[in-house]
Design a protein. Structure first.
Length: 205
């Protein structure tokens, strides 16, 4: 919304949980279905990369060609992190993601960090609120240790590559949006304005 008020043409391939691309939705359903729990790590990596390659080819590249600014969640960082967390080497995950991306790299990558327990509590509350208690995806069956590895890997990559990392424990949506806007407008060096307490879960005493 901020970028649009500044006359920046913004394109978002995905809003909410649903992709506008039909092949992408079908791949997502395949990887989320708990009946496919035995899907191997390598097969999952290739499916995630196929999903993002479809988004890139069908939606992102045409938008870039139109001169639009593309805002997209997850993208090719997801298969690298999930594949590594499932035991594949980071080299093979990154080389597969590079192949799928067609060499297109984002100008800015933002990482949002939240403790797995905080995330779990929020998801439970959301399911109660929306009466979707039985709606659990395949990734939820992997256990808390896997989620810890995923979180650790996102943090490690953010540190290595200089990606801005935002903590989503205490900040309100408006506070978080303001911090993101500060980095987007003024650059990574400007910092987000977070304090040490922002990274501490409210339930941790």
């Amino acid at each position: 919304e901020l970028l649009r008020t500044q006359n920046v043409r913004v394109f978002m391939p995905r809003t909410g949980k649903e992709h506008s691309s039909r092949p992408t939705r079908m791949i997502r359903q395949l990887t989320r279905d708990p009946r496919n729990f035995e899907l191997s790590a390598r097969a999952e990596l290739l499916l995630y990369c196929a999903r993002e390659a479809q988004v890139m080819n069908e939606l992102v590249q045409p938008a870039l060609a139109r001169g639009e600014t593309v805002l997209i969640d997850r993208s090719f960082l997801t298969p690298v992190v999930l594949g590594t967390a499932r035991g594949l080497t980071r080299d093979e995950c990154e080389s597969t993601a590079r192949l799928a991306s067609g060499g297109v790299q984002p100008d800015l990558t933002l990482v949002f960090d939240v403790h797995p327990r905080t995330s779990r509590l929020r998801k439970r509350l959301e399911r109660i609120r929306t009466h979707a208690l039985g709606d659990s995806g395949r990734k939820g069956l992997a256990g808390s240790a896997f989620k810890e590895r995923v979180r650790e890997l996102y943090g490690k990559l953010a540190h290595e590559r200089g990606y801005p990392l935002f903590h989503v424990e205490r900040a309100t949506p408006d506070q978080l949006a303001s911090r993101v806007a500060r980095v987007v407008q003024s650059g990574v060096a400007a910092g987000s304005g977070e304090t040490a307490i922002d990274a501490q879960p409210r339930w941790l005493v």
